[in-house]
Design a protein around this ligand. Structure first.
Ligand SMILES: [Zn+2]
Length: 77
């Protein structure tokens, strides 16, 4: 059995690097916050809503305000 240290992964992977890998474009809205179209596969709302998906680069976390809720790097596809 292999144990995975999620804390370590979260600390070492930048959420912007992950989003960039998937080609997700976000708009900086000041300071550590960015927003853009929700890239999550389970998203059932408007795919063109550029205000749906918010990223906090300090917390290394995201939040979809329309359907998906929040999470961190590990929850990304
Ligand atoms: Zn969403």
């Amino acid at each position: 059995m292999t144990w995975i240290d999620y804390k370590h992964i979260k600390a070492s992977v930048n959420i912007l690097q992950v989003l960039g890998y998937y080609g997700i474009e976000l708009q900086r809205v000041g300071g550590r916050h960015l927003k853009g179209v929700c890239p999550l596969p389970g998203h059932s709302g408007d795919r063109s809503n550029t205000n749906a998906f918010h990223v906090d680069t300090e917390k290394n976390a995201f939040n979809c305000f329309t359907h998906c809720g929040g999470g961190n790097v590990i929850a990304l596809p």
